[in-house]
Design a protein around this ligand. Structure first.
Ligand code: RTP
Ligand code: MG
Length: 145
């Protein structure tokens, strides 16, 4: 898995985690696994933004409740950089359903349900590029070693 190259991925700390003051705990997991924040902001998504972000899931039975959840409270949108950042982030997050997530992952330890699962992470280089551009202008990304 991964190609040992420094890459960037897009991450969201989702409403359930922000609401329970888990921003710091989640960032600690990400940073201690070699992921560095190169852009970050707290925003309250509006319906149009959330629907656009999750357009690939439109029509699925979980789509409407997912949108309602994502606009229910603020989120942290962020760009993480590191070696194999996309793969590393998804490993640290754990799988979508916290009941199936490996012990020690963010979702196993913090998520409330398959929907309220605390974090998002891009699933490919193409998704990462699309998702970063959806929320950040190029000049908002900081250079880091
Ligand atoms: P994400 O995109 O947020 O990192 O999550 P993922 O790849 O692990 O999951 P995905 O299949 O892309 O689904 C996106 C988000 O929709 C919610 N979801 N709810 N059965 C359900 O109720 C259900 N399935 C998915 C989750 O919030 C999931 O992260
Ligand atoms: Mg996904």
């Amino acid at each position: 898995m991964g190609n040992n190259e420094v890459e960037r991925t897009f991450s969201i700390i989702k409403p359930d985690a922000v609401t329970r003051n888990l921003i710091g705990s989640i960032l600690q997991r990400l940073e201690s696994n070699g992921l560095s924040v190169v852009a970050s902001k707290m925003i309250r998504l509006d319906r149009e933004q959330a629907e656009g972000f999750y357009a690939e899931h439109k029509g699925r039975d979980f789509y409407e409740p997912l949108i309602e959840y994502m606009i229910s409270a603020p989120v942290i949108v962020q760009v993480l950089q590191g070696e194999d950042a996309i793969t590393v982030n998804r490993r640290v997050m754990g799988v979508t359903d916290p009941a199936k997530a490996e012990e020690g992952t963010i979702r196993a330890d913090f998520a409330l349900s398959v929907r309220e699962n605390s974090v998002h992470g891009s699933d490919s280089v193409a998704s990462a590029e699309r998702e970063i551009a959806y929320f950040f202008a190029p000049e908002e990304l900081c250079e880091r070693d």
